[in-house]
Design a protein around this ligand. Structure first.
Ligand code: BGC
Ligand code: MG
Length: 554
């Protein structure tokens, strides 16, 4: 089907910008409140763009900011072409986009299209009667026994993927909360409507869109209703349109699946440009807990190759729980036991905690995990606040505890807002270890040794290395399995990364014969290490220490 709508396209990002990007994930609501109403907004975000630029990241991913009843923090959208009034106006968004671009920051927004809010006019029409022209925009049934056996994702709140609609006296299908009815992608009108959403935001100038919950677009009897060929057809259709109208824009698949099931979301370079690597994330936490490289190496070795123009998105934490869907039952028990002893830390199939508390606020572990994030294959994503070591509040319900106000300074509201603390959309973290008096941007800016200063250095170092974004990865196999070592290579650039995953000092002998004659230069300080020869290369590492070496040929 050809699209005849005119497209106004003033802007084209550079090709493959996403491959070398470092992404900072932000919720506009949580970042900075400019008008003192207790809710973060676009004008506030604009004021903080210098901070983001200074951090060294190259792209911003924004959580949904559209009109919404906010029963799923904005992932329940009631109008795709507008801005939630408490965050500002479309003009504010345009100003933000312009200011971000002016600073060389790309912007990724959310396309939550598997489902809408039940308050969306489409659903209101669809439910209004069985012969409404929009009836077929959602998935309706007279019984609740179709698609039996399909897993429930929000197991803590939902009992079924069907809910009864008392208005039109039928059941509707939903993979998430019951207030989020799934759109019916078998209807070509829905596909066109979804394209129009992408077009609206890309025309405005967003560089990329995250396709939320993408495995669940299409349902078929007798299947898991996940990753179906028909779903891939729809993605190919959307990608074709994007390429036609908006060259170099990026689509990022949120498919929380095993690597072999995620691989098809890249297609032959004709579906999504990027996809999250979900299974890697818990295995990084397992690796440092077990003090063994095996979980990390195993999952990356099981990860199929992807087309050259594609890229994995990797992360340590995000706005959701640390999901444990893509691990075995045994691994899940181990993760709960290690990282979520208190049941308030658990939600659905995962752990609702931020990075610093997960790692017991151990600066060495936090550095090591960020070092892995910045040196493994993929585009790294840093979740707002994790760069200063923010804490969480596991008692706030749902995933709210990892979405508390950004802590800019030491006041009652953490410098997030001029409103009274009681008025904030969420309480600020107030425990003695992580309250704004203990953890905030201003104080970390004062010290060259703070986590924030260290993160800036790490990010700057990463940006000097093309191989981290686009190079190959070769794992080395030293006998000491507490050490994870790999070589990242692109053209003549060769980087050796050596990580001690354990709490004790380690010595390791690495076979580097194929680099004989090269001189390792440690990248954070520029020190020269002994030339590589025939013998196994001996390194010693302190607890959780890691090295990045540039291998110099002369
Ligand atoms: C988002 C969640 C959201 C869900 C339903 C996702 O996968 O990351 O935050 O609750 O989609 O929209
Ligand atoms: Mg505000």
């Amino acid at each position: 089907m050809a699209d005849t709508g005119k497209v106004d396209q003033p802007y084209t990002p550079p090709p493959l910008w996403y491959k070398d990007a470092i992404v900072y994930q932000i919720h506009v609501r949580t970042f900075y409140d400019s008008n003192g109403d207790g809710v973060g907004d676009f004008q506030g975000l604009i004021q903080k763009l210098d901070y983001i630029q200074n951090l060294g990241v190259t792209a911003i991913w924004l959580l949904p900011f559209y009109p919404s009843p906010l029963k799923d923090d904005g992932y329940d959208i009631s109008d795709y072409n507008s801005i939630h009034p408490s965050y500002g106006t479309l003009d504010d968004f345009r100003a933000f986009l312009q200011e971000a671009h002016r600073r060389g920051l790309h912007v990724i927004t959310e396309a939550v299209v598997n489902h809408t809010s039940d308050q969306h006019p489409w659903f209101q029409e669809s439910r209004s009667s069985k012969d409404n022209p929009r009836r077929n925009w959602y998935v309706w049934s007279d019984t609740d026994d179709r698609y039996r056996g399909v897993r429930i994702i929000f197991v803590d709140t939902e009992l079924s993927n069907w809910s009864w609609d008392p208005v039109s006296k039928a059941y509707y299908w939903h993979r998430f909360f019951s207030h989020q009815p799934d759109l019916n992608f078998d209807n070509p009108e829905v596909c066109e409507a979804v394209w129009n959403i992408l077009k609206f935001w890309m025309e405005m100038g967003v560089d990329g869109m995250r396709l939320d919950a993408v495995p669940y677009l299409v349902e078929r009897e007798g299947t898991s209703c996940e990753n179906l060929p028909e779903t891939h057809e729809i993605l190919k259709f959307l990608r074709k349109r994007v390429d036609e109208y908006f060259p170099n824009r990026m689509l990022l698949a949120e498919a929380n699946q095993w690597p072999s099931d995620v691989r098809p979301y890249f297609g032959e370079g004709d579906e999504c440009h990027m996809a999250f690597h979900f299974p890697l994330m818990p295995r990084m936490f397992m690796g440092i807990q077990l003090e063994d490289r095996k979980p990390i190496v195993d999952i990356l070795q099981q990860t199929p190759a992807i087309p050259d123009m594609c890229q994995w998105a990797i992360f340590l934490r995000n706005h959701d729980e640390l999901t444990l869907e893509m691990v075995t039952d045994e691994e899940r028990d181990y993760m709960y036991d290690s990282y979520a002893k208190d049941s308030s830390m658990r939600i659905n199939v995962g752990i609702r905690r931020r990075l610093a508390p997960l790692l017991d606020n151990d600066r060495r572990k936090i550095e090591l995990m960020n070092g892995l994030l910045m040196s493994l294959s993929g585009t790294p994503i840093v979740y707002y606040g994790d760069e200063i070591g923010m804490g969480d509040n596991i008692y706030l319900g749902d995933r709210k505890g990892v979405r508390t106000p950004m802590q800019w300074s030491g006041g009652w509201t953490g410098g997030f807002s001029l409103a009274d603390p009681e008025r904030l959309y969420s309480p600020v973290v107030s425990n003695i270890m992580y309250c704004p008096q203990a953890v905030n941007v201003i104080s970390e800016q004062r010290s060259a040794h703070s986590l924030l200063s260290w993160m800036k250095l790490l990010i700057r170092t990463r940006r000097k290395v093309k191989a981290f974004g686009s190079g190959t990865t070769e794992f080395l196999h030293p006998e000491n399995h507490r050490v994870l070592a790999y070589v990242r290579k692109l053209g003549s650039e060769t980087i050796l990364v050596v990580n001690n995953l354990s709490a004790s000092a380690q010595a390791v002998e690495i076979d580097l014969r194929k680099f004989r004659g090269a001189i390792p230069v440690e990248m954070s300080g520029g020190s020269i290490f002994p030339r590589i020869g025939e013998l196994p290369y001996l390194l010693t590492l302190g607890p959780y220490q890691f090295f990045w070496f540039r291998l110099r040929r002369i």
